[in-house]
Write a protein that binds this ligand. Structure first.
Ligand SMILES: NC(=O)C1=CN([C@@H]2O[C@H](COP(=O)(O)OP(=O)(O)OC[C@H]3O[C@@H](n4cnc5c(N)ncnc54)[C@H](O)[C@@H]3O)[C@@H](O)[C@H]2O)C=CC1
Ligand SMILES: CCCCCC(=O)CC/C=C/C=C/C=C/[C@@H](O)[C@@H](O)CCCC(=O)O
Length: 265
């Protein structure tokens, strides 16, 4: 049970973030929801108040690519709930045309959220420790050719998570940091690969993405939420990247030595 724990989930107004919010509430936590979409966030807040009671959730509008907005909302959450134990950097987009925006949200937003959370949670600052979950993707483990920028941000999230989790452990922060890497999930974001204004110069590769989808059948948000909860609860998990596919979930075995084929120079 997570009773007495306070969680923050970014990008929680719909899709995966909404399912993470539900599973946290079902397990007893209080949840601060953060999203750039005020309409969807407020609508969800009303539903959750009816389902779980009015003291369990609070919605905050913020854009994770804005340092000012993220920091201000973080302070508001602390003022209301008094503590943060679980922090999920989930907000993300797939926009190859406006690629700098994709980097600002998918990678810089995750770094920003992780550092804000670490600063509050770490035992050296009087915090209680806790867990941070960064939402990457299968595209952070193997390339999605139609989306080089999306792929780069997700590789970045996996690399950042692995390094900062080690830094946290070695520094004795008492904060575990893990990455969640789902395959294709049935959410609004998945339509991005069909939209010319999002795919930009690689629109012609939509059929390649479709064939990858045929190989990795679509999963439902509830399947990913179970893996999310596992990473929240299992105290042995730090620096892990958990891949969630239709056939099941598992943590990635990264090589300790990089194998190379020699070349003559
Ligand atoms: N749907 C999929 O197939 C997969 C998604 N993911 C990742 O999961 C995460 C969630 O994606 P989905 O739920 O599928 O997408 P979604 O589009 O259903 O939900 C994303 C949410 O993030 C919010 N958001 C977008 N930009 C934001 C910003 N700048 N600041 C705050 N909130 C913002 C949106 O308003 C929306 O509510 C993303 O990081 C995505 O890359 C990873 C693997 C597979
Ligand atoms: C732009 C559309 C939104 C995409 C949202 C996702 O994050 C979906 C996840 C997609 C990733 C696909 C990656 C494919 C990788 C392949 O190169 C290959 O390495 C995958 C190997 C398959 C496996 O081991 O399951």
């Amino acid at each position: 049970m997570l009773k007495g724990k306070v969680a923050v989930v970014s990008g929680s107004a719909q899709g995966l973030g909404k399912s993470f919010t539900h599973i946290l509430l079902e397990n007893g936590a209080q949840v601060a929801m953060l999203d750039v979409s005020e309409a969807l966030g407020q609508e969800l807040q009303v539903q959750l108040n009816q389902q779980y009671g009015s003291d369990r959730t609070q919605f905050y509008k913020a854009d994770v690519s804005s340092d000012q907005q993220f920091t201000d909302v973080f302070q508001k959450i602390l003022s209301k709930f008094g503590r943060i134990d679980i922090f999920c950097n989930n907000a993300g987009i797939a926009d190859e045309e406006n690629w700098e925006k994709t980097v600002s949200i998918n990678l810089s937003g995750v770094v920003r959220g992780t550092y804000l959370a670490l600063d509050h949670m770490k035992k050296q600052n009087g915090g209680n420790g806790g867990v941070i979950i960064n939402v990457a993707s299968l595209a952070g483990l193997g390339p999605l050719p139609s989306a080089p920028i999306y792929t780069a941000t997700k590789y970045g999230v996996v690399g950042f998570t692995r390094a900062v989790s080690m830094a946290s452990q070695v520094s004795g922060y008492g904060v575990r940091i893990n990455a969640l890497c789902p395959s294709f999930v049935r959410t609004a974001l998945i339509d991005s690969f069909n939209q010319k204004e999002k795919t930009g110069q690689f629109h012609s590769l939509a059929s390649l993405t479709r064939s990858l989808m045929d190989k990795s059948p679509m999963i439902e948000v509830e399947q990913v939420a179970k893996a999310f909860l596992f990473l929240v609860k299992d105290e042995s998990m730090n620096g892990a990247a958990v891949l969630v596919r239709n056939e099941g979930a598992g943590y990635v075995k990264f090589p300790t030595d990089v194998e190379t084929t020699p070349i003559s120079l």
